[in-house]
Ligand binder design. Sequence first.
Ligand SMILES: NC(=O)c1ccc[n+]([C@@H]2O[C@H](COP(=O)([O-])OP(=O)(O)OC[C@H]3O[C@@H](n4cnc5c(N)ncnc54)[C@H](O)[C@@H]3O)[C@@H](O)[C@H]2O)c1
Length: 253
Amino acid sequence: MERLNGKVILLAGGGQIGGALARRYAAEGASVLIGDIDAAGAEALAGEIGEAGGKAIGCVLDGRDDGSVGAAVELAKREFGGIDGLHANFATFADGTGGEDILTLPLETYDEVMSINARGFVLCTRHAVPAMLERGGGSIVYTSSGAAHQGDALRAAYSMSKAAVNALMRHVASRFGPEGIRANAIAPGVVIYPSIAHHLEGEGGDYFLRDMALKHFADPEDIAGTAAMLMSDDGRYITGQVISVDGGSSMRP
Ligand SMILES: NC(=O)c1ccc[n+]([C@@H]2O[C@H](COP(=O)([O-])OP(=O)(O)OC[C@H]3O[C@@H](n4cnc5c(N)ncnc54)[C@H](O)[C@@H]3O)[C@@H](O)[C@H]2O)c1
């Protein structure tokens, strides 16, 4: 499929799911600018895509820094002529790791999570939307999480940041829909890849699988398939939605 031929997509945040997103966008014909705080990782991913025949560039993008996000958008305009799609995907997972709840969560950690996961997506939106309007519109995909709508005893800040992402998405869809911009959020459930697979072996994994209709975890490619549909004309009438890609762990109205 080459549903994204001629489109330019800024992917803010590489990593595991981001790697699958970048490969899929490029495989479907898009030119992809991959920005990540880990510039070397973004460049390596872009290099791999280039060797496979795709079009991608990697650059540094720090989601906490307005200038850095703006520079990535300018780079996309300079190298590829503009932006048709933004996928805001980066995140920090800084809270909950030590068992802290909202009473014991250090406020510095709360601020860090909100600054990267919520404010960072605001910065991406503020720089990408004007560039997309210059091309007559486009599609924005935000990577959210089931944590935004499901209970979580540990990750208060992370869950709050993802709920903020969903609200941002609805604002953007409402405000810029009339000007040709669609916005949607993908809420993954548990996405498994080699570096976290050991956490989900045995009882740890059984806990999550218990309430899942499809009795296996997602692969990053499952997220990429939905994202590519939303970036393409196949998703042209979908906007303002939080789409769960979670094997049926949450079945929301
Ligand atoms: N893995 C899962 O089970 C799961 C479930 C639900 C939602 N998600 C969401 O999927 C997205 C991708 O997560 P992942 O699992 O691939 O994790 P990951 O750690 O592999 O990827 C996150 C990426 O964000 C980058 N990053 C961190 N801080 C940044 C900053 N300030 N500026 C720019 N980049 C920054 C990291 O360098 C990394 O490349 C996240 O938004 C996450 O919340 C993941």
